[in-house]
Design a protein around this ligand. Structure first.
Ligand SMILES: [Zn+2]
Length: 251
């Protein structure tokens, strides 16, 4: 049973037994894993605040061939988001990205892109205190990395190139449709929403965050990507309702 070492981001942790924690984390080298941190809830635990959600840490753990859970031996804090969690909206934003990551990534499959996306998004939320744009960036990229994003430049039905009009989407149908081909009940993505989507896929979040984006296109992309994510994982995200309430109250 060799001791493994990796960079990692904590996704969630739950109390286990009398003084332990069950920890879900994304290891940079091994992918998403779950493990047990013995004694983590005892006073003066050697884990300190390393197991808080979104903590960026260095972790040492033992993988056991016959069990799902790894044994967490030691953690060292690289970057904490504990102070950011204290703000309600920022904490909600961090909860959304950890829930989505946990839901979409299979265990034991390393994804450096997903790892970097988490850090970039959490960093942007921490810096700005804003969540709508960082989450639109995170959610759209999650859909892209999952391979679920249809082409953004033409109608999936008639093939016409999208111009300056809005386009129509539904998680139940693959592809985006033009105004002529759309079906009743589809979600509209406005021209500004489409512009933002294209820019998210080609520009850095830091750069986009320097601009003042109206909330409508940002919220459209959040709704569209979360629809696709929920369709893929075949369930509702528990943080989504809280997020939408929060985004509505800020428009
Ligand atoms: Zn069409």
């Amino acid at each position: 049973m060799p001791l493994k070492e990796s960079e990692a981001i904590i996704l969630r942790s739950y109390p286990l037994g009398e003084g332990d924690r069950l920890v879900s984390f994304l290891s940079r080298s091994t992918g998403r894993l779950r493990g047990v941190a013995r004694g983590a809830r005892r006073p003066k635990s050697r884990f300190g605040s390393t197991l808080e959600p979104l903590s960026h840490i260095r972790i040492w753990f033992y993988e056991r061939e016959t069990r799902d859970l790894v044994r967490i031996n030691q953690c060292e804090l690289i970057r904490s988001f504990l102070a950011t969690q204290r703000d309600y909206a920022a904490g909600l934003g961090l909860a959304v990205i950890s829930e989505v990551t946990e839901a979409v990534l299979p265990e034991h499959e390393p994804s450096d892109a997903a790892f970097r996306l988490l850090l970039v998004t959490a960093g942007a939320i921490e810096r700005s205190g804003q969540i709508a744009l960082p989450l639109a960036y995170f959610n759209l990229w999650t859909v892209r990395l999952g391979g679920w994003l249809p082409p953004l430049d033409h109608c999936a039905s008639c093939g016409i190139e999208f111009g300056v009009e809005g386009v129509f989407a539904s998680p139940m149908r693959p592809g985006l449709l033009c105004n002529n081909c759309r079906h009743p009940g589809m979600r509209v993505i406005s021209p500004r929403g489409m512009t933002l989507a294209r820019r998210i896929l080609t520009e850095k979040l830091e750069r986009l965050a320097e601009e003042d984006w109206p909330s409508a296109p940002v919220n459209e992309l959040n709704a569209y990507s979360l629809d696709l994510i929920e369709h893929q994982i075949e369930r509702k995200l528990t943080t989504r309702r809280l997020l939408e309430k929060n985004l509505e109250s800020n428009t």
